[in-house]
Design a protein around this ligand. Sequence first.
Ligand code: ADP
Ligand code: MG
Length: 398
Amino acid sequence: MPQFKTLDDIDVSGKRVVIRLDLNVPVADGAVTDTTRIDRIVPGLRELADNNATVAILAHFGRPKGDVRPEMSLAPIAPALEKALGRPVRFVATDWRDDAAAAAVNAAGPGDVLLMENTRFHPGEEANAADLAAKFAALGDIYINDAFSAAHRAHASTEGIAHLLPSAAGRTMAAELEALEAALGTPKRPLAAVVGGAKISTKLELLGNLSKIADTLIIGGGMANTFLAAQGIDVGKSLCEHDLLETAAGILKEASAGNCRIVLPVDVTVAREFAANADSRTCDAGDVASDEMILDVGPRAITEAKAVFDEAATVVWNGPFGAFEIPPFDVGTVEAARHAAGLSRAGKLITVAGGGDTVAALNHAGAADDFTYVSTAGGAFLEWLEGKPLPGVEVLRG
Ligand code: ADP
Ligand code: MG
């Protein structure tokens, strides 16, 4: 796979740098409520300013769909960014039809940091329009993309602009690409993949791609029910996509033909209702009663997953093993995650995970910090697992 340039390949001193960031952070009553994303990108931003670059930040916020929507302004983000950075951040109001952004950059000097208004206030952003990309490119001499989470979209600020300026991956983008490339591109084997979560319909391409790459594929969560049903097992009232039984059977067949071992839960935790601390019991996957639903994997399944991790050199993980939001159906996810985390901490296992609920589940298990890499990129991470080229990454290669 061709390499991509990073900040190490570019001298930014005295240059005007346009950087694309992910500032789509939670905001309530005009204040940022969770600074995780900001804290991740700030060191790379500080490096640019410390090296005397004039920094123009491009970012989107929400889905204004090409209109100027004041409630989706990036203005409230500037104070949070300023605080994390320890430097002034000047917010630049623009509707991207006027020339306010260029005027602000022209008036700025080395070390100045400017936050431009929501790029999606102009319809050209999501349309990847050439004129808007040119307008973005005119703000700098160099383009840095540090928003991996937006890289699966070919937008003017993520893709179009990179054709017009010397471009490189920012620090967090480079770290994310390195971790994902190490896990899936040239993984240390054996490679085990864990795919869980609610439904297989949302993860068909992901299952297809991972079963081609991984040596072992552990299937958990609600989607395992569909695979069990495809093998003729009665899953009672469990979440199950009965219209996808043939698809599930096809995935199992292809995987075994391609030498990927598929591990389905041998036992399960079931309940009659989907509620916290509902009466539950453990049984073999084949012994679910017609009025019961599977809400987690059982203890033997957990032991089997741990044994796969013990043998593996790399684990890629998306999707919880059970309905982890509701105790006690978090046990499978928590125990397996803690085991993987322990192996990682001991230097025996590379662990890469991502997905909105997966990140929440790993945090709940107290396992996230010991994982080698936890991606917060959401859709971009999933498309990477699906084996799709990400336009915002491809354009940085070469
Ligand atoms: P991610 O966001 O990490 O990609 P998903 O959105 O695919 O993960 O799946 C997470 C959801 O799957 C959680 O809300 C969890 O409660 C649900 N889930 C997992 N196992 C089951 C199950 N056996 N029955 C019903 N829901 C389940
Ligand atoms: Mg989810």
